[in-house]
Design a protein around this ligand. Structure first.
Ligand code: CTP
Ligand code: LIP
Ligand code: MG
Length: 426
């Protein structure tokens, strides 16, 4: 399957630049879309652009190794419907058509590519409704289309699934009119409409749109299932704002290392002030989400990054509890409790990470009850901060030892129930 990307516009509202190559959340707009469409089965792209921007798009394609043909529109003043017309020699059969300046989240593209005709959104949660192209739908097909429709049923998302018959329409219109807008083609063809509602997509027409798209892409990159209560309701609200500021400036691995040293600094603060150490530990826990958010938003994730992050987190947790025990405990009994707390804290992570090694899948995706089981790292760190604010060190070690051990036991039980009890011995 091919995808035609309309990129011949001058980008006047953006100060005359190729909008598809604008970096939003660490990647060019079309980079993200093209990589995801490749994963969804698009084998080749056709980028229609104007002579001035052709060198930039050609360099982009070569730099990133995309399979793409560049088609030149010598007359961008003739509208984006005319740009589509110029792709007629490059596609046959079913193909995807999209705008170069629209940002889409993965979930949207996964649904849209399975649709037919114009992909429309009846919710438009993330777009400037006034600026969006609207459609009136009758009998499942586009009846009216335009930005100024008074009565409309859905928004044009700039994504279409078409076949080569559309070029009969573009041919007619190109003969009839000097300027052929895409909406003219859509209306004349009375395209069928497929609804993809409420997912993230937006049109990037102005500099303000770039900042908004960056924030929304980072928000859409929150980890799906492994977050604990504190992460979902507190940490992510802060870390995503930090990620939006940093996503174009740091790499995920750089952020992983910074957070690691911040965690070690929190551990050392136990020699100075335990309440302060607890607060810094919680701050490090919030920032621990930034590397993953940047990795997902900017599509700069790596298996090594995830591996490194997981190992460094264990050392931060161990260092924090060890220094805390060192400055407060003297009795062997409490040192034994602290040792159990340190070990079982690490085992909470190991019990789910080891699941990946055994079953080649994510435990939180496979076992729903695990997602709400208390005892994840973000929850333990938040509780640690609270206890240290009140100087409750021994109760903290006792709680962590029991809580983490029970959490590991429950994890093993849920894995056994999900996988073990139905396994035949190998
Ligand atoms: N003759 C044209 C005009 C626009 N487009 C593409 O159609 C999409 C939507 O157009 P728009 O947002 O208007 O882009 P520009 O025309 O580049 O922006 P501006 O209106 O600010 O100049 C963009 O991907 C643009 O590159 C195109 O391929 N050919
Ligand atoms: O970006 P813009 O040129 O203002 O308007 C665009 C239209 O030209 C296009 O037909 C539609 O599919 C896009 O969603 C967007 O609305
Ligand atoms: Mg646009």
């Amino acid at each position: 399957m091919k995808a035609v990307i309309l990129a011949a516009g001058l980008g006047t509202r953006m100060g005359e630049k190729p909008k598809g190559l604008l970096k939003v959340a660490g990647r060019e707009i079309i980079y993200r879309t093209m990589r995801i469409l490749e994963e969804l089965g698009v084998e080749e792209f056709v980028i229609v652009t104007n002579p001035r921007y052709e060198p930039f798009y050609r360099a982009f394609v070569e730099r990133n190794g995309f399979r793409a043909e560049i088609v030149i529109n010598e007359h961008p003043e003739r509208g984006n419907g005319y740009s589509l017309h110029l792709a007629r020699g490059s596609v046959d059969g079913r193909f995807v058509l999209l705008m170069s300046d629209h940002v889409y989240e993965r979930a949207f593209l996964e649904r849209a590519i399975r649709g037919e005709g114009l992909i429309a959104d009846r919710v438009g949660r993330f777009v400037d409704i006034d600026e969006a192209t609207k459609v009136k739908v009758e009998g499942g097909r586009v009846k009216e289309i335009g930005k100024d429709l008074k009565e409309w049923d859905a928004l044009d998302t700039g994504f279409f699934v078409l076949d080569a018959s559309i070029f009969t329409v573009t041919e007619e219109l190109a003969k009839e009119k000097d300027v052929v807008e895409l909406k003219d083609v859509v209306k004349r063809a009375e395209l069928p409409v497929t609804y993809v509602d409420g997912l993230f997509w937006m049109d990037v027409d102005t500099p303000q749109d770039v900042g908004r798209a960056r924030k929304l892409l980072v928000m859409a990159s929150i980890k799906g299932t492994g977050d604990g209560f504190i992460s979902r309701h507190l940490n992510r609200k802060i870390s995503t704002r930090i990620s939006a500021l940093l996503v174009d400036r740091v790499t995920p691995n750089q952020m992983t290392v910074v957070t690691f040293f911040l965690g070690l600094f929190a551990a050392l603060l136990n020699f100075v002030s335990m309440p302060l150490a607890g607060i810094m530990y919680q701050i490090a826990s919030i920032l621990d989400g930034v590397d993953g958010e940047i990795a997902r938003a900017a599509m700069k994730g790596s298996q090594f990054g995830g591996y490194l992050d997981s190992i460094l987190d264990r050392y931060v947790d161990f260092a924090f509890l060890l220094t805390l025990a060192y400055v407060t405990l003297t009795e062997p009994f409490w040192w034994a409790i602290a040792a159990l707390a340190m070990f079982s804290s690490a085992m909470v992570s190991y019990s789910t990470e080891r699941y990946k090694g055994a079953y080649f899948s994510d435990a939180y995706k496979d076992i729903k009850r695990l997602r709400r089981l208390p005892g994840k790292r973000d929850e333990r760190i938040f509780v640690t901060m609270l206890f240290l604010l009140f100087g409750l060190v021994k109760p903290l070690f006792a709680l962590l030892a029991v809580w983490s051990t029970l959490r590991v036991a429950m994890t093993v039980y849920l894995v056994w129930r999900e996988k073990g009890c139905s396994e035949r011995s190998t």
